[in-house]
Design a protein around this ligand. Sequence first.
Ligand code: ADP
Ligand code: MG
Length: 403
Amino acid sequence: MAEHTSSHVRHPDDHVAHHFQSLFGAPPEGVWAAPGRINLIGEHTDYNDGLVLPLAIPQHTAVAIRRRSDDLLRLHSRQVGGPPVELRVTDLVPGSVGCWAKYPAAVVWALREDAHPVGGADLYVDSDVPAGAGLSSSAALECAVATACNDLHGLGLSRTELALAAQRAENEFVGVPCGVMDQMASMSCTPDAALLLDTRNLGYRHVPLALDGLRLLVIDTRVKHDLADGTYAKLRAGCERAAGLLGIPALRDLHPGGLATALDQLPAELRPLVRHVVTENARVEQAVALLNAGDPAGLGPILTAGHASLRDDYRVSCPETDLAADAAEAAGALGARMTGGGFGGSVIALVPEAAVDTVRDAVTTAFRHARHRAPRTFTATASAGARRCTRESASGAGGVLPG
Ligand code: ADP
Ligand code: MG
């Protein structure tokens, strides 16, 4: 389990069924959970048909659900509080829901768009994935709901199909043009492994993550700069334009050997984007080779090079993520990089176990001197993807099943 420096150690499954029953007056039919993720390497490659290497973190979102006989959705989140949000599944159209409930509603919408018989439900959400921290709380919520719907309605969809439904939900209903990495990671990661995902064909492989005395320290900078959304769409459009100008289906098809020639053919503003995507795909392959060779320490320079590329070429870093990465390295991390879309969020640092406290303290001190909010940190172990937690429907006891 993650080790938190904050006092927040509550496990979200513990009382979900109990709270569900207090709120809705009957026990849920079950509790499902899906994790947040960090991405080891492969940033902004997932909408370029490229490679990513995420792992699920222990923090996850738990959802207790009971189907209803009508078309009403009643949704409550412990993180948001207040009375349940009430929506009619038959009224769901993109843009129709403004609040947090758009994420679970989006999944119901996406499944119904594919003609799956998903109707009304009461739904209670609890999570220890920090929201908006670049750890993919949105995909955790979507994937927990998608997995629950799949089981309860006997849809028989695969994990990949559920990830695609969750991505469609976020793209079309919520309106965030994200790639598929977050949903695939939340659905398909396994303990003690990273997920090597080829976003072109959604083929994946679990790469054992034996860190041998090293730890992955996650530093949540607790900042999220506003420019994120519009800029993401522009970056994505820039990559597509570059691929079009080069006459290739996606930037995935440009290999490092052809990079210099290709850059010469592109307008100046597109060159750094292309350089990032091409070198980042290569870094994923290098990272996998190092893990396969039993050399996790070799990942350090790759993380650092990835951060430099995001900072200098892709330009999605920000002062807080740069400071966290630099301070971690100065204090003994073997490498560090921002993880997630950028403009804030979290940084991961690869740190010898004995140096974890030193690095954590150094980053916290650097943030204090820079007058930034204190960061939150935890060490992440590679954890399980989406799963059913409980099976009882009558007792409402909410015990967590082993495995
Ligand atoms: P990230 O996925 O990196 O955490 P996003 O901006 O994509 O950041 O998603 C965060 C949003 O997802 C929150 O603002 C909220 O609307 C929704 N969300 C995530 N987890 C929960 C939760 N437990 N309860 C309610 N809403 C949540
Ligand atoms: Mg998200």
